[in-house]
Design a protein around this ligand. Structure first.
Ligand code: ATP
Ligand code: MG
Length: 257
């Protein structure tokens, strides 16, 4: 089987911990890629539907999810346009639980997800997956199909525990460990530890991306405006940080417009 990630880049936002900036990053990274001219699909894999909300769309899939997941109905028809050119969304749906159940019942999750993603490679150069917090079979599958798994970490000792657990899980699984990349999230430079980690991350984070995302109230405003940051705060420091994060990744994995 030819992995779909050979045809299209797949960036997943994943962390065992909740509330660390996965969704904010998924939305803004996808938006930055689209603004750079890369046809991009943002797939909201979290039933909380926060990414769906933040691009101004309604949650819910039109067709019965069991059919979609068994590929009896094309999942490609479920995508919706966003206000940003080149940025489409596959909205969240409460039925995502069924995808987890299917995988629990012994399906090879990575194979299933890979097949679901396959048709998108005709229309998109990049898929960004916004994952729910915690480990699940779905998360395992995501990690195995993604080109890059980005893990936002708030500078704090406890974040390192979560990071070590994720690395241990990657090591146990059949995953390419190189795909897992941490980056600093919600960085508040008034705080000593945040400054120190920004200048020199702890050795266990040696694969850390260079770009960190600052703590910013502009990011919190996304849920009010229901748009990515660049649409309502184009000159904000945080917008620039997401742009740099995008450029760093695009250079790293050679995403083609
Ligand atoms: N860099 C930031 N600065 C300030 N607030 C932020 C930042 N990133 C995210 N937030 C806010 O923190 C909250 C959690 O962010 P977000 O939803 O992106 O986290 P998450 O990891 O996706 O959470 P969950 O695990 O629940 O899916 C949101 O209210 C968001 O607006
Ligand atoms: Mg989220």
């Amino acid at each position: 089987m030819e992995r779909v990630s050979r045809l299209m880049d797949i960036i997943a936002l994943h962390n065992l911990k909740g509330g660390v900036g996965k969704t904010a990053t998924a939305v803004n990274l996808a938006d930055q890629a689209a603004r750079a001219g890369v046809p991009t699909l943002l797939w909201d894999l979290d039933a909380q539907a926060a990414a769906t909300w933040c691009v101004g769309a309604a949650p819910g899939l039109a067709r019965p999810p069991a059919k979609l997941f068994r590929r009896k109905s094309p999942i490609g028809r479920e995508t919706v346009r966003t206000r940003q050119t080149y940025l489409d969304l596959l909205p969240a749906d409460g039925s995502l639980r069924q995808l987890d159940d299917l995988i629990d019942k012994g399906k090879d999750g990575a194979r299933l997800l890979d097949r679901l993603l396959q048709p998108f490679s005709e229309n998109y150069g990049l898929v960004v997956l916004d994952c729910p917090p915690s480990f699940s079979r779905l998360a395992d599958a995501v990690v195995r199909v993604a080109t890059r798994v980005l893990c936002p970490l708030i500078p704090a000792p406890l974040s390192l525990n979560a990071w070590r657990q994720m690395v241990a899980r990657f090591d146990r699984g059949r995953y390419g460990r190189d795909t897992l990349r941490p980056f600093l999230s919600m960085v508040d430079r008034r705080r000593g530890l945040h400054r120190r980690w920004s200048e020199a991350p702890p050795t266990s984070l040696r694969h850390c991306l260079r770009t960190g995302i600052p703590y910013s109230t502009d990011i919190e405003q996304m849920s009010v405006h229901r748009q990515p940051l660049a649409a309502f705060a184009p000159r904000a420091t945080a917008t620039e940080a997401y742009r740099r994060l995008w450029l760093e990744l695009a250079g790293d994995i050679e995403i083609r417009p």
